[in-house]
Design a protein around this ligand. Structure first.
Ligand code: PLP
Length: 264
């Protein structure tokens, strides 16, 4: 039978047993965008809406086998990277991507969960900077992550604007800085995409809730939109709209107040 093939996107990230973030959020987001989702699990978390209770990293050969299995059979239009946990995992993922050379790589530099759990070991930062940033089509840090990567304080929209322009000038790839943690943005949240020759700002009304899985969902939505052929500014606009709508329809599933996104 000659049925049309959907486009494929691969997430290499951590699993969230609570189903709100990580691989589980990524696959729901891909499905909601009409993209076939593939996954290579780089870390397993035992997790609910109140925190992370355990983390386990698969063996590096098994991680590599998952990635190779995906590239050996599917046409992968975009790769999204999330929680990679350790320097060794980052090196293994970078080695695999340098061999397979996907056209699009969205790097979500996951470091700490909203619950406060540490999702990246401190000594992995150098590997993240030196091995993954050079491969990225776009990097999608929140402000605390961007402060660490760019080594400067980021509290206001103006500080974001200056840091993003400097980041593109010195690192080359595009940056989508997420403004949810900015202290001077009480009514609106502004996310800013920095390209070599332009910047684009995406604004949405701030919602009065604490959510789980927004970063994973945004990066996956950007990857899915790029996979479907959108250009980066349109992919980011649509992805930020998607996260805002998913948050508006969000729900509480665990015992904490954290809201999970509704992937429609
Ligand atoms: N768990 C996993 C596996 C993740 O990848 C992430 C974020 O990327 C989180 C938890 C944290 O999600 P949040 O900070 O939205 O609570």
């Amino acid at each position: 039978m000659n049925t049309p093939r959907p486009r494929c996107a691969l997430t290499i990230a951590g699993s969230d047993s609570g189903g709100g973030a990580g691989i589980q959020a990524d696959l729901k987001t891909f499905a909601a965008h009409g993209v076939h989702g593939l996954s290579a699990i780089a870390a397993l978390t035992a997790q609910h809406t109140r925190g992370v209770t355990a983390i386990e990293v698969p063996s590096l050969p098994f991680l590599r086998a998952q990635i190779d299995a995906c590239f050996d059979d599917f046409d992968i239009g975009a790769v999204k990277l999330g929680m990679l946990a350790t320097a060794d995992v980052i090196h293994a993922v970078a080695d695999a991507l340098e061999q397979h050379r996907p056209a699009v790589i969205v790097v979500d530099p996951v470091m700490v969960a909203t619950s406060g759990a540490k999702l990246l070991q401190s000594d992995a930062l150098i590997a993240l900077r030196t091995r993954l940033l050079p491969l990225a089509t776009v990097v999608t840090p929140n402000l605390p992550e961007a402060e660490i990567l760019l080594e400067r304080p980021l509290r206001t929209l103006d500080e974001m604007r200056r840091a993003g322009s400097d980041a593109v000038a010195s690192h080359g790839q595009a940056w989508l800085l997420k403004g949810g943690h900015a202290l001077d943005q009480a009514a609106m949240v502004t996310d800013v995409l920095f390209l070599r020759d332009a910047t684009h700002e995406f604004q949405h009304p701030r919602l009065d809730l604490q959510a789980h899985g927004t970063g994973c969902t945004l990066a996956s939505a950007v990857a899915a939109n790029l996979c479907r052929g959108l250009r980066l500014p349109e992919a980011c606009q649509a992805a930020t709209d998607y996260v805002h709508a998913a948050l508006r329809q969000g729900y509480r599933a665990g015992r904490s107040e954290l809201v999970l996104l509704d992937h429609f």
